[in-house]
Design a protein around this ligand. Structure first.
Ligand code: FES
Length: 136
């Protein structure tokens, strides 16, 4: 599912103008993001962490489809937070509901790196895709 949420302000994101590396922990998946190839997928803002991850088969929960209407896409930015636009009021409102909130927390569907540095994000343990694990 993709699209936009008509009830929120559009986030003031700057798309990257040069290639940069996005590392996703704990899998340690490194993606070279090419501005010319965006968007890779349809979920979240163009150039967002969710959009890039989805286009590279990295699963980040996104119950609302990437329109800033839940907090399931919560990720922790370990490096490169300064390369992303500031969180909007709407993003901050949703983050208030996120489990394990940190000062480096962002919604993956809203945070758009501008490519000015490499970025490292971590998917919190409770948001990781548990497919393949056996539950009794
Ligand atoms: S997927 Fe719902 S806020 Fe990001």
């Amino acid at each position: 599912m993709g699209g936009t949420n008509p009830y929120i302000e559009s986030a003031a994101a700057r798309l990257p103008t040069r290639k940069y590396k996005l590392t996703i922990l704990p899998a340690n998946k490194v993606i070279e993001v090419d501005p010319a190839a965006l968007p890779y997928a349809r979920d979240g803002l163009k150039g967002s962490i969710l959009e890039i991850a989805s286009g590279h088969d990295v699963e980040i929960d996104h119950a609302c489809g990437g329109v800033c209407a839940c907090s399931t896409c919560h990720v922790i930015v370990r490096k490169g937070l300064e390369s992303m636009q500031e969180a909007s009021e709407d993003e901050l409102d949703q983050l208030d509901n996120a489990r394990g909130l940190t000062p480096q927390s962002r919604l993956a569907c809203q945070a758009v790196p501008d490519g000015s540095c490499d970025v490292v994000i971590e998917i919190p343990s409770w948001n990781r895709n548990l497919v393949g694990e056996v539950h009794p």
